[in-house]
Design a binder for this molecule. Structure first.
Ligand code: ADP
Ligand code: MG
Length: 771
């Protein structure tokens, strides 16, 4: 033991010497000069002394002040200077994998090291980390999984939870776990970092933990709301609530002050944006009226015109455009690339910044472009707080972000663009004033901003809790509802009950809320339990090839496009992929057709011809690979396994696996004279979304539809569905426990062979032997 201590001490001395050498080198000095210009650096002593005197410390400071890159580094450096370098182990969590990766790389560079030496990162399926890594950046999910095998975080000296103001469900969950842990680990230090000043909430949650605030500095930012943007071209916007033919309030109307033909481009773009945005009754604006906004268009024309205006008339400086999501970004990028000015690559450097971008693209975002080239970054709200682009002078804010919401009563989740909060809008605006005075264009009127909520609702209050409940069980944290009652803000009891009930129905929890074997496997797959279930059965039955496509397809935006003016053609193209009353199987065919075409470099034409989204196809392709390696990691498949054999495409078997995953999302098909009607247990009558293959037939020769998702608009609509028979529902609906299998078999008796294809009967018999 003595020699172990000796080794650690010697290694610590070595680390100290290395750090000193770097800091005294010319490059090291230059780096230190930059670092000491950051506001966080001025608070270094205060921060370190608060951490040494308190077990929990909360640090707040404006985005870009140096929290993420500097504070973990202060701790590391001070440990190294005190000759404890080899003994310390600092973990810093990030809500997104991309920030874990960029930040760790940046810190390694600031320390004159390569990634994977003292500083490393670990995210799902990827990581760079060495024996001597003492500062590890990881996603919150990774730390939660580590807690699974190491309840007390043995050996870890500091835990830093970053971006707590975002109130992500994982972060809120982690905070409950850490709050339980700190009394058991008195020497562990916990540091919480937030970009906003609502840090008191966290302080009182941790029994009055001290707050350190880093005062920031930003230049003034000129703010333009929609009416100001319009005014720039001589128009005025007035609220005008008329009732039109459809009984809906008409909203904003252009008050033309100039003859129509002289109307400027900006004015007509605003008009387009308003029409697309469908701003309703803005005096007074309520949260309900805000939710009527059309998500598919945020006035691309308007953005294009403002970008043009900046490129033509304004002084140098990068432009940051906040969009709702990845698909919006890509569509806008495609559009801008065809523009005579914005698409001119010798004048404009057009970049996208979102959670799933490639790492080469990431670096370009931080680089300064050549003189005379304007950098335009199209970003999701990831650029709001977690990523800081230094040279931004102009910000365009569409006012929306994709947010999940959840209707507990009907157990219906939705992921929709929703209006951001005032805090987010301010945050977005602030990004323009980091290096010099800036300008911010909000693509909505001032009164809409006034109606924004102050803060965003924490995720734990607006998402289904099924995955979270599974995690609570897998971490052996006791009763789910008791545990969640200790959250910073506890979810509704009804939402918790619904989640537990669901987990019991799908067989992940038993009657006394304990994890089943299936449940344990599901906790290893970081995705919705229903998708995990499909993968597990798909792997067990050797049907992964098509099932991976279905699961990936359910995780991306619908790849079947239906342009409004060509709906008939698009419907016909989709029908071409289906012979068997299943949107899911149609997707498998569409994807495989695309993959063949892509091999001949004709993927794009294939998509064009068949009304498919090439982006979704590519996303499915990479998700398939990701899911497959996850299955390998969890031991559900081994590399010798094929994911494909003679029965992999057996249509009955696939219906069974889809049913196994999506149950209890089931509705009955009731035929009458000419057509059919649909009913679910909870909702009564439901309708099919017009994009579904099953919406086109007047007869469905099956008694049931199994569906992935229902959405409540006026009525309840089912999106993708697959028709199934009684026997498939009987065999694959709900859990397959030994008792039930026997029960089913008895009921089906000799009809088994009759009802099912030979393969499914064979599979079923072998499954039964295993159980
Ligand atoms: P905070 O976490 O407080 O928002 P960060 O620590 O992320 O701030 O960033 C502090 C500063 O470090 C940024 O303003 C930027 O100047 C610089 N910086 C951060 N990441 C990078 C990077 N990958 N490349 C270059 N500079 C960076
Ligand atoms: Mg940060």
């Amino acid at each position: 033991k003595a020699s172990m201590e000796n080794i650690l001490w010697r290694r610590s001395m070595q680390m100290r010497a290395e750090q000193q050498t770097w800091q005294e080198s010319p490059e090291g000095r230059k780096m230190l000069e930059f670092r000491s210009s950051l506001p966080a650096y001025k608070e270094k002593e205060a921060i370190l002394s608060a951490i040494s005197q308190n077990q929990v410390v909360i640090i707040s400071g404006e985005t870009g002040c140096g929290k993420t890159t500097q504070i973990p580094q202060f701790i590391l450096e001070s440990e190294i200077e005190s000759a404890r370098g080899a003994m310390c182990s600092i973990i810093c969590t990030q809500p997104r994998r991309i920030s874990a990766m960029t930040v760790s790389e940046r810190i390694a560079a600031e320390r004159g090291e390569l990634l994977g030496e003292t500083v490393g990162y670990k995210v799902r399926l990827e990581g760079v980390k060495g024996r001597d890594t003492h500062l590890l950046f990881c996603t919150t999910g990774i730390l939660l999984r580590r807690l699974l095998i190491d309840r007390n975080l043995k050996g870890i000296t500091h835990v830093i939870v970053d971006e707590i103001h975002e109130r992500g469900i994982n972060e809120d969950f982690l905070l409950i776990v850490l709050k339980d842990l700190i009394p058991r680990r008195p020497e562990l230090r916990l540091i919480l970092m937030s970009a906003t000043l609502d840090a008191e909430l966290f302080s009182s949650y941790f029994g009055g933990a001290p707050l350190v605030h880093i005062p920031g500095f930003t230049y003034p930012v000129r703010t333009h709301f929609l009416e100001n943007i319009l005014e720039m071209s001589g128009y005025r916007l007035t609220p005008d609530n008329q009732i039109d033919d459809y009984g809906q309030e008409r909203t904003w109307k252009m008050n033309k002050q100039a003859p129509r033909k002289r109307k400027s481009q900006i004015a007509s773009a605003v008009e387009d944006a308003l029409r697309a945005a469908d701003f309703k009754e803005f005096s007074p604006v309520t949260q309900e009226s805000l939710s009527c906004w059309n998500p598919d268009c945020i006035g691309f024309n308007l953005i294009e015109h403002i970008l043009c205006h900046i490129c033509e008339n304004e002084r140098p400086g990068a432009v940051l455009v906040f969009m709702t999501g990845w698909d919006d970004i890509n569509s806008l990028k495609d559009k801008l690339q065809c523009h005579p000015i914005l698409g001119n690559t010798s004048r404009v450097l057009l970049l996208a910044c979102h959670g799933s971008m490639a790492s080469t693209e990431q670096r370009l975002i931080f680089d300064k472009p050549e003189d005379g080239v304007r950098k335009i970054v199209l970003a999701t709200n990831i650029a709001e707080t977690s990523i800081t682009i230094d040279d931004v002078v102009y910000v365009i804010d569409c006012g929306k972000a994709k947010e999940t919401s959840y209707d507990a009563l009907n157990n219906t989740p939705c992921l929709l663009p929703t209006w951001i909060s005032k805090v987010s809008a301010r945050q977005r605006r602030g990004r323009a004033g980091r290096v010099q005075p800036g300008e911010c264009y909000h693509l909505y009127p001032r009164c809409v901003y006034d109606a924004f909520a102050d803060y965003q609702l924490p995720e734990i209050l607006r998402t289904p809790l099924q995955s979270l409940c599974l995690q609570i069980k897998s971490l052996k944290l006791g009763s789910i509802s008791e545990f969640l009652s200790r959250a910073l803000q506890s979810p509704e009891l009804l939402a918790v009950q619904k989640a537990i009930e669901y987990l019991k129905i799908i067989g992940a929890l038993d009657e006394s809320e304990n994890l089943t074997v299936l449940g344990r496997y599901l906790t290893m797959l970081p995705m919705e339990p229903k998708l995990g279930k499909m993968l597990i059965l798909g792997a067990t039955l050797n049907c992964l090839e098509p099932i991976l496509t279905i699961v990936a397809g359910l995780s991306v935006r619908d790849p079947f496009l239906t342009p409004l003016d060509k709906k008939d053609l698009a419907d016909a193209a989709k029908a071409h992929f289906s012979r068997d009353y299943s949107d899911h199987l149609a997707l498998v065919r569409a994807y495989e057709g695309w993959r063949d075409a892509e091999r001949d470099l004709a993927g794009y034409e294939y998509c064009w011809k068949n009304f498919l989204s090439a982006q979704s196809m590519k996303a499915i392709d990479s998700l398939r690979r990701e899911f497959y390696s996850l299955l390998k990691d969890t031991g559900l498949v081994d590399s010798n396994n094929t994911i494909y054999n003679s029965w992999s495409y057996d249509e009955h078997l696939l219906r069974g696996i889809i049913c196994y995953g999506l149950y209890p999302g089931i509705c009955s098909v009731l035929h009458n004279e000419k057509s059919f009607s649909l009913k679910t247990m909870e909702d009564g009558q439901v309708l099919l979304h017009s994009n579904s293959i099953n919406a086109r037939d007047s007869r469905i020769p099956y008694p049931w539809l199994i569906f992935n998702e229902k959405i409540k608009v006026n009525s309840v609509f089912l999106r993708d569905s697959t028709a199934i028979s009684d026997s498939v529902l009987l065999l694959f609906g709900g859990t397959i426990s030994k008792g039930e299998v026997d029960g089913h078999l008895k009921m089906l008796g000799g009809y088994l062979e009759f009802f099912m294809s030979p393969t499914i009967a064979e599979m079923y018999r072998s499954l039964r032997r295993e159980l």
